[in-house]
Design a protein around this ligand. Structure first.
Ligand SMILES: [Fe+2]
Length: 159
């Protein structure tokens, strides 16, 4: 695999979500860079750094999912429960990899690859599925009201 290069085709046209997705991409690239460096050094050990990035990634992703679900709920998106299920499955997957990493198993390369593939696929299918409705419902409202809703939701889900 290579580093994740963000491209316009991944954009949903909802700034706050696009920004959060790019932040997740940054974490994935950090894991990729660290694991590549670890392989060079042939240490075969998980550094404190990778554990730290992984913990941040899990935290951030959980917050992002909660934010996205609130957005879909606000827009009365009919496939919210299916989307939530996909989020739960992915959270389980990364929590499992995080636990294995903490126990010393070398998972960073696999993790970076899985995350990259999953995120691209998820954005291009499930996320694109809600984008139009959310844009119509939320971005169609008064800019002031919209800003207020976004600011309130951000403070609810992100520390
Ligand atoms: Fe999603």
């Amino acid at each position: 695999m290579t580093r994740f290069v963000w491209s316009e085709e991944f954009e949903l046209g909802i700034d706050i979500i696009d920004h959060q997705h790019q932040r997740i991409v940054e974490y994935i690239n950090q894991i990729y860079d660290i694991s590549a460096a670890d392989l060079d050094a042939a240490t075969g050990e998980n550094t404190a750094e990778i554990k730290q990035v992984l913990a941040s990634l899990v935290d951030y992703t959980v917050s992002h999912f909660a934010f996205e679900e609130a957005l879909m709920e606000e827009a009365d998106y009919p496939e919210l429960s299916e989307h939530q299920l996909v989020h739960r499955q992915f959270t389980g997957l990364i929590e499992n990899l995080k636990a294995r990493c903490e126990q010393g198993e070398e998972v960073s390369q696999k993790l970076a690859a899985v995350l990259q593939q999953w995120l691209i696929q998820h954005i291009m299918t499930e996320d694109k599925g809600y984008a139009e409705l959310v844009k119509q419902q939320l971005l169609g409202i008064e800019p002031e009201q919209h800003r207020h809703w976004v600011a309130e939701a951000v403070s609810r889900y992100f520390q």
